[in-house]
Write a protein that binds this ligand. Structure first.
Ligand SMILES: Cc1cc2nc3c(=O)[nH]c(=O)nc-3n(C[C@H](O)[C@H](O)[C@H](O)COP(=O)(O)OP(=O)(O)OC[C@H]3O[C@@H](n4cnc5c(N)ncnc54)[C@H](O)[C@@H]3O)c2cc1C
Ligand SMILES: Cc1cc2nc3c(=O)[nH]c(=O)nc-3n(C[C@H](O)[C@H](O)[C@H](O)COP(=O)(O)O)c2cc1C
Length: 757
């Protein structure tokens, strides 16, 4: 097989090495446009795990790289005059120049034909069976076929300079400095005996406001030297980017719908980029190289080999790109976290990618996590540290025992809206299960406000009696508080129950719908009647009546459902609100009616009891509500007296393209909480105690709601407490023998896992 690699970076060279190892007869030519040693950039870092992959693919390369590694263990976060250190991080650094030199020598030793000063434009590659496009993020090979590869390029919001410095940092060092123009940060780490990488980064607008866009390279560097002088020990910052028009770059997120076309296959940065703040670009490039070489060795023809390579690598790349995106956004929004105290700022930074969990951090540095838990406990007035999910939380006069919430979930079991024994057992069991707060499902304020015929209501005396029985049970038998979620289905009303065809109209017996505009939720849904002012007044009265019933029933918290495309949400999103009066158009206008409802409720709801609002923080549609809009929506409700924003997302349009993943909606809660400094509740694919502890410790939310996990396990909180060894969690007295046996089972499982390890 004749293989031509365009680009002698980490991807192209390591691919040639691994290919030669698995198929010594292959003919491989690597064309590199630069001269040997003529590379831009300073050091690169690797995490421990990456090293294992390289070691298996080519022990020789690994041994030579490992010989030159500078290893370090700790991360220092310098912020507001404090340094917070977390250990056990296990990184290694090497000069990019040395890495390339080692790869080059190894490739030559294995018989690869490496040609420097050989730009591919000047070379004839027509005879090749396989053309490996390893020509980096700006790949000209990819650009020539961009429509076929389905290339998307997304420029990000920061500017950065990749510099070197003779200062030797004993830890991976992050430092943050505030200027009149905004925040600047450095990411610095040592990569050989006397040199470190120093990446200086700031928002684009900060960069412009500081005049750096007009400064020469030398003046830019001098500016950064002054700004970060206290970390540089008197050493100058050095640039090796003389070939660039400006040393300031912007990170570009590269993605491709297809990684191969005819005999061309994309590798490393040419196929995908991952922001440098998670230090994974080289790792991905090297692992791509391993994947492609193995695929070519196991398939006779290039096409199936390319397909196998792409299928194998895509998943891992996507995982890391998701983590990298969270990390990129963190550094783009330092200002958002600037109100956090140093301890929480550092924890938020360490866990920014949502990949490193609370227990991962504990495994790396138990003393650091213990210190963080102690700090969190002190702020909550506790004497001793507890797992963060067990910190109490107060909203107005209501004290919640912990941060776990049973998310509102429709059960579709009511007849004419009345919650019966099923609801008593369902909500009662979850309250006994230890969550600090249990929500009712969306409880509808009128018969025609229901989503389905099975939905719960709060508009008849029977409803009040049914709910009061449940609330009384929860208060009499558990420490949990119970919240009433009120809503009106609007354009998403008159649909089937959850286990039939949800969001689809009933086979028969449909009722007329109302909405902000005559826009149906879907092709088969009825077109709602555009609401008149009289309709609005009637709906407000229905909400207020339901709130009064809620007070009589004894609920502790009232939530207004303004999410998921139901009536109030359908006013907020421009996708369904097409009104031309004061209730449509701008976001302020679209919020007008939901705020009128909220204010009416706040005036009527008990002043000592809190109110929350559930919102959809994004429509996941290009022309819909954005996370920036969500901040404004939250701000408006907070100004109207909301104590908590319950941050959900989507379900407002059939055109939505949600990006699912672990804790996928939590970044929206993080954004709203820290940009507005208001209490939030995160929800959505949060499945375990470790995730909850991380969210609370990082200040991404104040409460964490779990829906489906509570359907599978009503005793989620009791089980989590036992697993975490949190003895202070109260269990129902009658269940204590069960608790003791459960604790023994957990202990034995932990001991068995220890033996296996
Ligand atoms: C500031 C910064 C810091 C980083 N830090 C880290 C880190 O700490 N850890 C980490 O893992 N990654 C890091 N990265 C990412 C890493 O540099 C890249 O992901 C990695 O280099 C990708 O390897 P590659 O071989 O795909 O591309 P490249 O390294 O870009 O190599 C492409 C090669 O192709 C050559 N070439 C281009 N066009 C042609 C042509 N027409 N003909 C011939 N040759 C051509 C180029 O000269 C180059 O040598 C960082 C990146 C940046 C910008
Ligand atoms: C069966 C079911 C019913 C739901 N009903 C409601 C509801 O009545 N009101 C609401 O705001 N969200 C409702 N949701 C959404 C959940 O509250 C929660 O936001 C969602 O399930 C994501 O959380 P999870 O990943 O923990 O399940 C429902 C979810 C499920 C699974």
């Amino acid at each position: 097989m004749r293989i031509v690699s365009i680009g002698g970076g980490p991807a192209g060279l390591f691919f040639a090495i691994v290919m030669k190892r698995v198929q010594p007869a292959a003919s491989i030519v690597v064309h590199e446009r630069n001269a040997p040693g003529d590379t831009f950039g300073w050091g690169v870092v690797f995490s421990d795990q990456t090293l294992g992959n390289i070691a298996t693919a080519d022990p020789d390369t690994f041994a030579r790289i490992a010989d030159e590694f500078v290893r370090w263990d700790a991360i220092d976060v310098n912020y507001r005059g404090r340094t917070i250190r977390a250990g056990g991080q296990g990184f290694a650094g090497i000069a990019r120049k040395r890495l390339l030199a080692i790869l080059h020598e190894r490739a030559l030793a294995l018989g690869v034909d490496v040609r420097f000063n050989s730009a591919i434009e000047a070379v004839d590659v027509r005879g090749a069976d396989v053309i490996v496009a390893a020509d980096g993020a700006n790949s000209a090979t990819r650009r020539a076929h961009a429509p076929v590869f389905g290339t998307t390029l997304e420029g990000r919001r920061c500017r950065y300079m990749w510099l070197g410095c003779r200062q030797t940092f004993e830890a991976f060092t992050f430092a943050f400095e505030r200027t009149d123009h905004g925040w600047f940060q450095i990411h610095a780490y040592q990569f050989d005996a006397d040199t470190s990488t120093v990446i200086v980064e700031c928002r684009e607008e900060t960069w412009r406001a500081a005049g750096l866009d007009l400064m020469s390279a030398a003046d830019s560097i001098a500016y950064c030297e002054r700004l970060f002088a206290r970390y540089l020990g008197g050493h100058p910052l050095m640039s090796n980017a003389a070939h660039l028009a400006s040393p300031w770059l912007s990170f570009v997120q590269v993605n491709n719908a297809r990684w191969h076309h005819a005999n061309i296959v994309l590798l490393g940065d040419a196929a995908h980029t991952a922001h440098f703040s998670i230090g994974s670009g080289t790792k991905l490039a090297l692992e791509d190289a391993i994947g492609l070489a193995h695929a070519l060795a196991t398939h006779e023809q290039p096409a199936p080999a390319f397909a196998a390579y792409e299928a194998e690598r895509r998943v891992e790349v996507l995982r890391l790109q998701n983590a990298a995106r969270n990390s990129t956004e963190w550094f783009e929004n330092v200002d958002r976290y600037a109100s956090l105290e140093a301890e929480q700022f550092a924890y938020s930074l360490l866990s920014r990618s949502q990949r490193l969990s609370h227990e991962n951090l504990r495994l790396r540095d138990a003393a650091y996590v213990h210190g963080m838990e102690r700090w969190l406990a002190q702020r909550s007035g506790l004497d001793a540290p507890v797992p963060p999910m067990f910190l109490p939380f107060r909203l107005r006069d209501v004290e919640l025992a912990n941060r776990i919430v049973v998310s509102p979930m429709a059960m579709y079991r009511c007849v004419d809206g009345t919650p019966d024994d099923f609801y008593l057992v369902h909500l009662g069991a979850r309250a006994q299960g230890g969550a600090g707060l249990v929500f009712t499902e969306m409880t509808c304020v009128a018969a025609d406000a229901r989503i389905s015929p099975g939905c719960a209501g709060m508009y008849r005396d029977e409803h009040l009696a049914g709910w009061k029985r449940i609330v009384d049970f929860v208060h009499a038998n558990t420490p949990a508080k119970i919240a009433l979620q009120l809503g009106h289905a609007g354009p998403k009303g008159s649909t089937q129950v959850g286990w039939a065809s949800p969001d689809e109209p009933l086979a028969e017996g449909n009722w007329p719908l109302i909405g902000p505009s005559a826009v149906a939720f879907g092709e088969r849904n009825a077109v709602p009647r555009e609401m008149t002012r009289a309709d609005m007044d009637r709906v407000i009265k229905q909400f207020v009546r339901a709130a009064h019933m809620g007070i009589t029933a004894g609920f502790d918290l009232l939530e207004l459902h303004c999410a998921h495309g139901y009536l109030l949400s359908s006013f907020i999103t421009p996708l369904t609100n097409k009104r031309t009066d004061d209730y449509g158009g701008s976001l302020a206008n679209r919020l007008r009616f939901p705020l009128e409802v909220f204010r009416a409720l706040r005036e009527n709801w008990t002043s000592g009891k809190p109110m929350s609002v559930r919102i959809s923080a994004t429509d996941w549609v290009d022309d819909g509500v954005t996370p920036d809009d969500a901040v404004e929506i939250a701000r408006a409700f907070a100004a109207a007296g909301a104590d908590l924003i319950d941050v959900s997302a989507g379900q407002t349009s059939r055109r939505a393209k949600p990006v699912y993943g672990r804790m996928f909606q939590t970044p929206f809660s993080d954004k709203i909480r820290n940009e507005l400094q208001i209490a939030t509740m995160a929800v959505g694919n949060i499945t375990d105690a470790d995730q909850i502890n991380g969210i609370i410790a990082a200040g991404r939310a104040d409460l964490v709601a779990l829906g489906r996990p509570h359907l599978a396990d009503p005793y989620f909180t009791l089980h989590a407490a036992a697993t975490l060894g949190y003895a202070a969690q109260p269990w129902p007295l009658s269940y204590l023998p069960g608790r003791d046996q459960y604790l023994r089972t957990v202990r034995r499982a932990a001991e068995a896992a220890e033996v296996v390890r």
